[in-house]
Design a protein around this ligand. Sequence first.
Ligand SMILES: Nc1ncnc2c1ncn2[C@@H]1O[C@H](COP(=O)(O)OP(=O)(O)OP(=O)(O)O)[C@@H](O)[C@H]1O
Ligand SMILES: [Mg+2]
Length: 416
Amino acid sequence: MKIEEERWETGERQGGKKMEEETKKTPVKILVCDDDPAFRKLVQTYLRSADKSFVLEEAGQKEEIQDALDKGGIDLVLMDILMPEKSGIEWLDEIVEKRIAPVVMVTGFGSEEIAVQSLHEGAIDYIPKDHLTKDKLLSTIKITLETWKRKRAEEEKRKLSGELEAKNAELKKAMGHMADLEEITRMKTDFLSITSHELRTPLTPMKSQLQMLQEGYMGKLNKKQEKSIEVVLRNLTRLENLIGDILDISRIEAGRIKLSFDSMNLNDAVKEAIKMQEAFAKGKNIEIRAKLAEMPNIIGDAERLRQAIGNLLNNAIKFSEKTGKVIIETKRLGKNVQVSITDYGIGIAKADQKKLFKPFSQIDSSMGREQVGTGLGLAIVKRIIEVHGGHVWIESEKGKGCRVCFKLPGNRKKKK
Ligand SMILES: Nc1ncnc2c1ncn2[C@@H]1O[C@H](COP(=O)(O)OP(=O)(O)OP(=O)(O)O)[C@@H](O)[C@H]1O
Ligand SMILES: [Mg+2]
């Protein structure tokens, strides 16, 4: 404590101890700019006798000052107001602008007015050259260093709060956009769900009337009429499927997909799906080969899983050349179960594989374009598999066929 008292005899006591500790650790480097060697010597004597933790750098000429400033690492500058070549005020302006270090102006007789001006231009304090005492020098240095530290902290705080305000404004704007987007998404989902529902309603009576026509309830049909009714019915079924898919995807996006979980066997879902795709496969002379392992029962929505497998089988047949085979395989992997569907068709490039699980995405290949479809099948599959706690992926290379697999956990409990 004795040293502290010696060093900072005058000036604020608050924080003095902390500062003492700091200056002990890292020496305070002071640049004395004065062309008068006697004054530099005086400063040196005072600082040396005060504490060893001061490092003094002396500069009397313009070049020496410039060199010292360029080198950096200065904690405080003592600057004589009356310097040759470049005035003390000019040096002050440069040091303040570059925020190099705090400046204390050294005033000679009759230069008080300039000293006051220097305070306006950024000097922290000034000391008289004549009758300078050790106490005055040390207390001025202490207060200047503290003021500088406080000013820098305030500047930093101002900068940070400015940045914070800007970020806040950005965030507010982004949140506004997000609210708009959410509203648009909600409107789109509502639109899809209402229109697809409304579109589906008249399809049922249309279909039954056509079926009655086909079965001869309204009189015997000739061959041409029979063919025509067949075409209309086929397209009606396509329309029905498409509307069903749109309704499904809109429910999925709105989080309104309803599932009824029960104990089921994936092999049964596979067999059902094959049955429903058989006619399509036959039409392309494609054999569906099933390799079904013995499977444990799992908890799942049998109808939705049949739909997912059906969508994958449909793709495998659709994107294969005429004549060939599609293999569907089930297997048990520890506690999990896996289904894979392999075809030898046009394949999918790696870069396209992930995006195809998004609604309405299709590859614009010439063969892909020839095929009918809306690009909803895989999006529906992904969602169905995910609500079962599983995941789906594609293994393929362009032109080399495609294998789509999904894995489901076998140990899910039925929700009460
Ligand atoms: N087995 C496959 N081989 C090659 N490309 C495929 C295969 N399965 C899917 N794709 C590509 O992924 C796209 C998206 O498939 P998805 O099942 O989602 O839609 P779609 O079959 O075009 O239409 P939808 O299933 O709605 O009738 C397809 O258009 C096709 O480009
Ligand atoms: Mg499809």
